[in-house]
Design a protein around this ligand. Structure first.
Ligand SMILES: Nc1nc2c(ncn2[C@@H]2O[C@H](COP(=O)(O)OP(=O)(O)OP(=O)(O)O)[C@@H](O)[C@H]2O)c(=O)[nH]1
Ligand SMILES: [Mg+2]
Length: 473
């Protein structure tokens, strides 16, 4: 930890004196959107990316690093004075302690800036640095609770459409059990019930309880997101509504609050933080959904498709016209790839492409470069081959989160044909992943402090090359 702080101080001084003495004609800013549903791995990704950009021993596939052109990297004051700073040092300290811990679920938005000083290539790079100065790239990243992303599709839904869709969704068999108390309340409410605050509060509470249970069961499409992660808004009128039919009395009160939720909560968040994005990485915990079965896959697919369609250029993409500049690179990443053996990574990438095919096609990112890959922001396992009853099993070994002891787990194999993943005829028993997979949680690895090396990862450097590589040329 000290190593990193010292290094950051050192590089900061170096870069500051360089900037003071020389200045740079080639200073640019890149705002990277790290998007993902809750628990997809955003906070770990940002922490590991920053740590690995500060200490780049494991970033050889980032070509500027491979070519030894990065002269300095430093954390710098962020551009937005009204947003808390991303707690990089705290997260990294927690991950690098003697008993490392994963970060907690993010509860509020935060921002961080990392600046890189690099030698340029090409024509200008050929000119003496004393004439033109080095290149400086300011990388700005925002972290936020994944639940909030689920609200993006609400922006194009009217109260009547949203409440009838939410009531239908609550009645589907896999949700009805969680939604039963809320549905009993909704059924008992007359369409003309008076606008009573206590009744509204009771309904909102039951609705939130249903969403929490559905999420705990592995379902993704559970919005409004602030019902799950309210931040400072807990108990406020903008969060005191629930879907009911009818637009009078209580229905009218609910409708007004739904619109207020969109106006004061959803729109400002996306307008202020999503519209300035230059490039985006969308993190997807596909393995968890694959393990949970076709229902969870279907749910994830729908949530992604609803979210991505908001970015599309065209009649429904409310966000697109607000985007000041076009997102020119978009990376979809299946996270936590260290949960499976590397022999399975290609299959995971194919499954990711299948999951995204429709939504990416629909989203029509005209001109944007789109890529999909499997990665682990922080590699918590090593691979191990075990022979059992004459069979060779490709296992992964990591630390048990309860005991801290090393355990080897056979995660199973993904289907040859990626399309099988959405085949509803399958269930867990038919098995894409092994029965053990559902218990597969690893503690973060114990990191050995090695000067010049960030935390271990899988393909984080490849992801960085795609996202910022050309901006370091
Ligand atoms: N093995 C492994 N686990 C990971 C990795 N990245 C994330 N995880 C696991 O996923 C969990 C969630 O990661 P976070 O980075 O907190 O996810 P998030 O997207 O920030 O979640 P919210 O803040 O709730 O939106 C962690 O607690 C880890 O258990 C990884 O690279 N490898
Ligand atoms: Mg987080």
């Amino acid at each position: 930890m000290n190593v990193i702080t010292d290094l950051a101080d050192f590089t900061l001084r170096q870069a500051e004196s360089a900037q003071r003495g020389v200045g740079s004609l080639f200073e640019s800013r890149l705002r990277l959107g790290v998007t993902g549903l809750n628990r997809a791995g955003k906070t770990v990704f940002i922490t590991s990316l920053l740590a690995n950009l500060l200490e780049r021993g494991r970033m050889t596939l980032l070509s500027a690093e491979g070519d030894h052109r990065i002269e300095a990297a430093m954390l710098r004051p962020q551009p937005s004075p009204d947003i808390p700073r991303f707690e990089f040092e705290e997260h990294l300290a927690a991950l690098s302690g003697s008993e490392p811990e994963w970060p907690e679920s993010t509860r509020r938005i935060s921002e961080v800036r990392l600046s890189l000083r690099y030698q340029r290539t090409g024509f200008f790079g050929g000119l003496s640095e004393s004439l033109t100065g080095p290149g400086i790239l300011h990388l700005d990243i925002v972290d936020y609770p994944g639940e909030w992303l689920l609200d993006l599709p609400l922006m194009t839904q009217s109260w009547a459409d949203w409440s009838s869709a939410a009531l239908i969704a609550a009645r589907v068999p896999e949700r009805a059990e969680f939604a039963a108390p809320f549905l009993a309340w909704a059924d008992a409410i007359s369409a003309k019930a008076p606008a009573d605050e206590m009744v509204a509060k009771e309904g909102a509470g039951l609705f939130a309880e249903y969403l929490r249970k559905a999420r705990a069961a592995g379902l993704t499409a559970v919005s409004p997101g602030r019902f799950l992660m309210p931040g400072d808004l807990e108990g406020s009128p903008a969060l005191t509504f629930a879907p009911i039919l009818g637009g009078e009395g209580l229905g009218q009160l609910m409708a007004e609050r739904y619109e207020a939720y969109k106006r004061v909560v959803v729109k400002p968040f996306f307008r202020d933080h999503f519209t300035k994005i230059d490039r985006q990485i969308v993190l997807i915990d596909a393995l968890d959904a694959i393990d949970a079965g076709p229902r969870a896959i279907g749910d994830l697919k729908k949530a992604l498709s609803d979210i991505l369609s908001c970015f599309r250029h065209g009649e429904n993409g409310w966000l697109a016209p607000l985007l000041g500049r076009k997102i020119d690179r978009l990376l979809f990443a299946a996270t936590k790839a260290d949960h499976i053996h590397h022999s399975q990574h290609e299959r995971l990438e194919s499954i990711l492409r299948i999951l995204l095919r429709e939504s990416v096609e629909k989203a029509a990112y005209n001109g944007a470069k789109v890529e999909a890959m499997a990665l682990a922001s922080l590699r918590a396992t090593v691979e191990q081959t075990i022979k059992q009853d004459g069979e060779t099993l490709d296992c992964v070994r990591g630390r048990d989160p309860k005991t801290g002891e090393e355990i080897a787990v056979f995660p199973g194999t993904l289907p040859d044909d990626p399309a099988e993943i959405t085949n509803a005829a399958h269930d867990r028993e038919a098995g894409w992943l092994s029965d053990d997979y559902q218990f597969m949680r690893f503690a973060p690895p114990i990191l050995s402090a090695r000067l010049g090396f960030g935390p271990p990862h899988l393909r984080l450097d490849r992801a960085a090359e795609f996202l910022i590589g050309d901006r370091l040329a």
